[in-house]
Design a protein around this ligand. Structure first.
Ligand SMILES: [Zn+2]
Ligand SMILES: [Zn+2]
Length: 652
């Protein structure tokens, strides 16, 4: 409580409270604590809100002063200030340029400009140089609150029509906040740093130029957007740029071409044409998953692709999910009536329909029902990305019908199941995210309590402390998400495990309990890989195309050094094939180095070269992908070793 109307009580993170004059700014609070904090401070959090050091505090509040050590706030401010500094630099170099908006985005920011001349890649260097000058000037950042009329007159006088339009689009007539970086002004909500010198001058980079319509409207002006990235330090920028370079090398779309795995074309956006090599990976992975599921006590089913809207209405998808569904209209019986169907976007309702066939008893539970379910979802074309984000995909989907009491044991079993698979596929570690009850939800608190604690204790029993996503559960139940980190530090959410109290009720699924009465099963939706398509994309990028030997579509090329070795080449290929190795011959009349280079681009893990000597000694010269050395080894030894390596890990 304030002592009187002229003072406010501020509570610090350590719990101590102190009294200040009302209207005190965080800058003054910091100065009151120490001169060094006053210098180092970048912003504050006041009652949970990110607060500029210059903004007054008029009521009692919780306060925390931030410095560059607070990564989240520091990154936001650095990127945001750089957006302003970049716009100032552009207008200083090309004064006729008009400014529009410049938000902070992941890892950086962008700013959209209206300028007749297109920016060139060389211009980015010029702008960066000017930005560094502005940073070195340590120009103060100042802010004022203006009424709308004054702001509109100001921008009209300065010939900044986009700013005028922005202000006119802001509803209400509350005053507007203006910011200055030195002499340069922008309309902005803030907060900002103290002065331009607080931005680390060596930890940002302008990345690219793109076209963007004003307000995203293709009828409006085409603007030029400049993207930048920024971090709190030089090392972090370096690491990020290195990650981007690595990601480009590993891009599954590029490797997919080089390895001849798949292609996509405009007649089927977001759908994959799998080539023989790619389909080999796909079927190997599917065979592997099928064996694991059998071992894990799942039954496999298959359900229709085209399903009448009536089922989707009952399941609730027609209402909640229609914009993502491909609708299929069929003229039945001489077009007297149109049947409206949808391609299934998920398999869940069809599995409930199988569950409902015949009477189920508590003895049938848990019933683990799996399907490699082919689904179609409409994704906007801008969201599509290679085979990672598509419109047609196949989930390694399953639904476990269980009692409430079985949730915990099934969760534990699934985490075990998934750990084995991730490990086999080369991912030793994964993180788990736990999403609990959202504000709007179905089911009683008592049921939610049980389900949440079941998920949590099973996860902890597996030795994993889940990261909490508060309130992020679905309205029908809490969930776990399993996140892989790849070789270059990117996270991929793959597995899910989701409790559902609602769908069994909507579709009226029941079982007979031990008490002889009818009960509702709980439905546990779960996927391990997510979708085969996306997971294969992740595998390709994780391994930079050098897939584990058992998953490599082309495992061995036997290449002749001289045409006199051709017969022996064919013999080696046959021997390897008989031993379960995917081997092929290359007896083209080309130099061996040429052959090696070509198959290395295709990421063939092993090339066996044979010439006179190998024919006579019944050996092969082994060259492994990425190694310079070759090693001459007896054919039977190599065959045995490769046959072993070609065996999927669960069959060893
Ligand atoms: Zn701003
Ligand atoms: Zn499901």
């Amino acid at each position: 409580m304030a002592l009187d109307s002229k003072s406010v009580s501020l509570t610090f993170p350590d719990g101590n409270a102190r009294s200040f004059d009302a209207g005190v700014t965080p800058a003054q609070v910091a100065a009151d604590i120490s001169t060094s904090l006053a210098k180092k401070a970048i912003s504050a959090t006041v009652n949970g809100q990110h607060w500029d050091l210059q903004w007054p505090i008029d009521a009692d509040a919780d306060i925390a002063i931030h410095t560059m050590k607070d990564e989240v706030q520091a990154n936001e401010l650095i990127r945001h200030d750089l957006a302003h500094i970049m716009a100032r630099a552009v207008q200083e170099i090309w004064p006729a340029t008009k400014v529009t908006i410049g938000p902070v985005i992941e890892n950086g920011w962008y700013y959209d400009f209206d300028r007749e001349e297109p920016f060139t890649p060389e211009d980015l260097g010029l702008i960066e140089k000017k930005m560094k000058e502005i940073i070195n000037k340590r120009d103060p950042v100042t802010t004022e609150v203006w009424d709308r009329q004054r702001a509109i007159e100001f921008y009209t006088a300065n010939n900044e029509p986009y700013k005028v339009e922005l202000i006119e689009a802001i509803p209400g007539d509350e005053p507007l906040r203006m910011y200055w970086h030195g002499h340069w002004q922008d309309l902005c909500r803030g907060p900002h740093l103290q002065h331009t010198g607080q931005v680390p001058g060596d930890a940002f980079k302008l990345m690219s130029i793109a076209g963007a319509y004003w307000r995203g409207d293709s009828d409006r002006a085409m603007l030029q957007r400049i993207y930048g990235v920024a971090f709190t330090g030089k090392e972090k920028l370096k690491a990020y740029l290195h990650m981007l370079e690595e990601a480009a090398k590993r891009d599954h779309r590029k490797l997919g071409r080089e390895m001849d795995l798949f292609h996509m074309q405009e007649e089927a956006p977001g759908q994959i044409f799998w080539h023989p090599n790619g389909w080999t990976i796909y079927t190997l992975l599917q065979d592997y998953m099928r064996r694991q599921q059998r071992k894990g006590g799942y039954v496999e089913v298959n359900t229709p692709q085209v399903v009448d809207r009536k089922l989707w209405e009952r399941s609730g998808h027609w209402d909640k999910y229609q914009e993502n569904m491909f609708i299929v209209e069929v003229d039945e019986e001489h077009a007297r009536e149109k049947a409206v169907n949808a391609l299934k976007p998920m398999n869940c309702p069809c599995h409930v329909e199988i569950f409902k066939q015949g009477l189920k008893s508590y003895r049938d539970l848990p019933l683990r029902m799996a399907e490699f379910g082919s689904c179609n979802r409409y994704e906007p074309s801008g969201a599509l990305h290679g085979i990672m984000r598509v419109r047609g995909f196949t989930q390694d989907d399953a639904h476990i019908f269980s009692t409430e009491e079985q949730i915990e044991a099934e969760t534990a079993e699934f985490i075990r199941f998934l750990s084995v698979i991730y490990k086999d596929l080369g991912f030793e570690k994964f993180a788990v995210k736990f999403s609990d009850r959202p504000e709007t939800r179905a089911g009683s608190d008592e049921v939610w309590d049980k389900a949440e604690s079941a998920l949590l204790s099973a996860t902890r029993a597996a030795g994993i402390e889940p990261e909490l996503n508060p309130g992020e559960g679905a309205f029908y139940g809490p969930k776990l998400e399993f996140v892989l980190t790849d070789a270059i530090g990117r996270d991929w959410q793959c597995g899910t495990f989701q409790v559902d109290f609602v769908l069994p009720e909507r579709l009226d699924a029941t079982y007979i309990g031990a008490d002889g009465g009818k009960h509702r099963p709980v439905m546990l939706h779960r996927a391990t890989l997510g979708s085969f398509e996306r997971f294969i994309g992740i595998l390709i990028e994780e391994h930079a195309g050098k897939l584990p030997f058992w998953l490599a579509p082309r495992q061995v090329v036997v290449a002749s050094i001289t045409s006199e070795a051709d017969d022996y080449v064919m013999e080696v290929v046959d021997t390897l094939k008989a031993a379960g190795v995917r081997a092929e011959a290359d007896i083209r009349n080309e130099k061996i180095n040429y052959k090696v280079r070509e198959h290395s681009v295709g990421k063939v893990p092993v090339i066996l070269a044979v010439g006179h000597r190998e024919v006579e000694e019944r050996t092969v010269s082994v060259r492994r992908l990425g190694e310079k050395q070759t090693q001459v080894q007896p054919l039977d030894v190599v065959t045995k070793e490769l046959s072993q390596a070609a065996t999927p890990p669960d069959l060893l």
